[in-house]
Design a protein around this ligand. Structure first.
Ligand SMILES: Cc1cc2nc3c(=O)[nH]c(=O)nc-3n(C[C@H](O)[C@H](O)[C@H](O)COP(=O)(O)OP(=O)(O)OC[C@H]3O[C@@H](n4cnc5c(N)ncnc54)[C@H](O)[C@@H]3O)c2cc1C
Length: 466
């Protein structure tokens, strides 16, 4: 019997798992995909929002602001790349200027620090490539950019090191109330748990509606993006938004944490919760909108396009709490933007709820809060230097575009949660993320993946034999 089963290893489920792993609890994180971070967490704008956008009083406002505060230390502990570069919301006319003023006031109400309304020349000094027709902008210093999938991977790895069981390829197929617990049927096994946390992203409505008569529904809203190569990295120096519309925060232009330029998203209502296809007809709108912020964008330097699905709940806010008619069943649903930003704060809050249920407050004395990145660039210098000296694989460059060595890729495919595909390798150590998108290094990455599969097979055979 588990104390807690968490359904879904996106950034939210993973953050909750890590937070709970600080305590004496038997925890299972069940993920239906072959890898963690394969839902909305792998395809979004990757912005750590400041918190001036959500309406005061909402859960989104509360968790956004607190999440933003928690990001720097969390990313440092888990060696996840994060850059607090600040954001600007541009105003081009009177109407925009009113919106910027409203956002500023919302920020004040939400408790957002480091906000200022800038005049035209101040904006041009900060962003030399911006449309000179800009009139004013809301500046906020606490916004940043992060690698969202690396964060989820790191959270899972750290939760695992601290004793959390993580089952991949483990879809929860049904939940029944049983005596003093819940019984969950999964594709791997049937498990019992005293408490269930539903962090299943766009599928969280389905899971809630199995257990609770208080139903809600989640609509997928697609947003698509273009990623430009690193030679465009100083086009935008901060996260650049235009004024929000009823469709959301709108098309942004931003440097990524690795120095590419990211442009998007739009907002497309879709019916199919698996539809992350690219609709080529939408590029005109995205490009035209982005050109209003930066009149000269080298779109020909696009190296990748992708789309993600927002989990839009019919309640229009995050749904976080115990279902009224299902004790010990906690929903963490409708986590659309700013869900990535909010994830550490949501985890903190949900953890408090769980601890209250179990009447627990004692931290595990052996909790290990740190995790080292598999990438040389983000390791502490001493560890990186030693690895390079002692293991020649760290001197053998496989991905020439991103300068990623065999040692880094080997690490990505061998430490838990292991990369089992080229995409998984890309998300852990960036091999294949450069201009050639893996065309030159793909075969070598495949070789390392199959060597790892063989090694894991041998280890399993030895274990069974023993
Ligand atoms: C276009 C777009 C832009 C965004 N931009 C930002 C941004 O800039 N900043 C920000 O803060 N937020 C942003 N967000 C929001 C952010 O991406 C999400 O809030 C966050 O990733 C949600 O994480 P999650 O863990 O709830 O969901 P997910 O990442 O979707 O994870 C849910 C997991 O549950 C698993 N699952 C589902 N059903 C089952 C089942 N039955 N059994 C087992 N596992 C199951 C799925 O496989 C998945 O891995 C954006 C979202 C989108 C789509």
């Amino acid at each position: 019997m588990y104390d807690v089963v968490i359904i879904g290893a996106g950034v939210v489920g993973s953050a909750i798992a890590r937070e709970l792993s600080k305590y004496q609890l038997k925890i299972l994180l069940a993920e239906k995909s072959y890898d963690v971070s394969n839902g909305a967490t792998k395809a979004n704008s990757a912005i750590v929002h400041a918190g001036y956008d959500p309406l005061p009083g909402t859960l989104m406002a509360r968790f956004n602001v607190r999440g933003n505060q928690l990001f720097p230390e969390l990313c440092k502990k888990l060696s996840v790349p994060f850059r607090q570069i600040g954001s600007l919301v541009l105003a081009f006319d009177e109407d925009d200027m009113e919106k910027v003023e409203t956002l500023y006031q919302r920020g004040v109400a939400n408790g957002v620090p480091q906000q200022e309304i800038l005049e035209r020349q101040q904006i041009l000094d900060l962003e030399p490539n911006i449309n000179p027709e800009v009139k004013k902008a809301l500046w906020c210093g606490t916004a940043g950019v992060v690698s969202p999938y690396e964060l989820a991977i790191a959270l899972c790895e750290n939760a695992y090191i601290n004793g959390t069981e993580i089952e991949l390829n483990c879809e929860v197929l049904g939940i029944k109330k049983a005596e003093g617990c819940y019984e969950l049927e999964t594709t791997k096994k049937t498990v019992r748990s005293k408490l269930v946390i539903n962090a299943a992203g766009i599928y969280a409505d389905r899971i809630n509606n199995w257990v609770s008569a208080i139903r809600f529904f989640i609509k997928p809203v697609k947003g698509q993006y273009m990623l430009l190569n690193k030679t465009t990295g100083d086009l935008a120096r901060h996260v650049i938004f235009q004024c929000p519309t009823r469709l959301g925060k709108g098309v942004l232009v931003t440097p990524t944490v690795y120095g590419n330029t990211l442009i998007g998203p739009d907002a497309q209502d879709v019916r199919d919760k698996t539809d992350t296809s690219i609709n080529d007809q939408k590029w005109d709108y995205i490009k035209k909108t982005a050109l209003k912020s930066f009149p000269e964008i080298p779109f020909e330097k696009t190296i990748k396009t992708f789309a993600g699905l927002r989990a839009e709940a019919d309640t229009n806010d995050f749904i976080i709490g115990e279902a009224e008619d299902a004790p010990n069943f906690i929903n963490v649903a409708g986590i659309k933007s700013p869900g990535l930003t909010s994830s550490p704060a949501i985890a903190e809050h949900v953890c408090k709820m769980v601890l209250k249920k179990f009447n627990q407050t004692e931290l595990r004395p052996d909790f290990q809060p740190f995790r080292q990145s598999p990438m040389l660039e983000y390791m502490d210098r001493e560890t990186g230097r030693k690895l390079k000296e002692t293991d020649p694989a760290y001197g053998k460059i496989i991905c020439k575009c991103e300068q990623i060595s065999e040692g880094e890729i080997r690490d990505a495919v061998s430490r838990f949660p292991r990369a089992v595909t080229k995409d998984g390798v890309k998300r852990r150590v960036r091999a294949g993320m450069g201009p050639c998108q893996g065309r030159r290094c793909g075969a070598e990455v495949d070789r390392i993946l199959s060597e790892q599969r063989e090694a894991a097979g041998t280890q399993n055979a030895v274990k069974k034999g023993g």
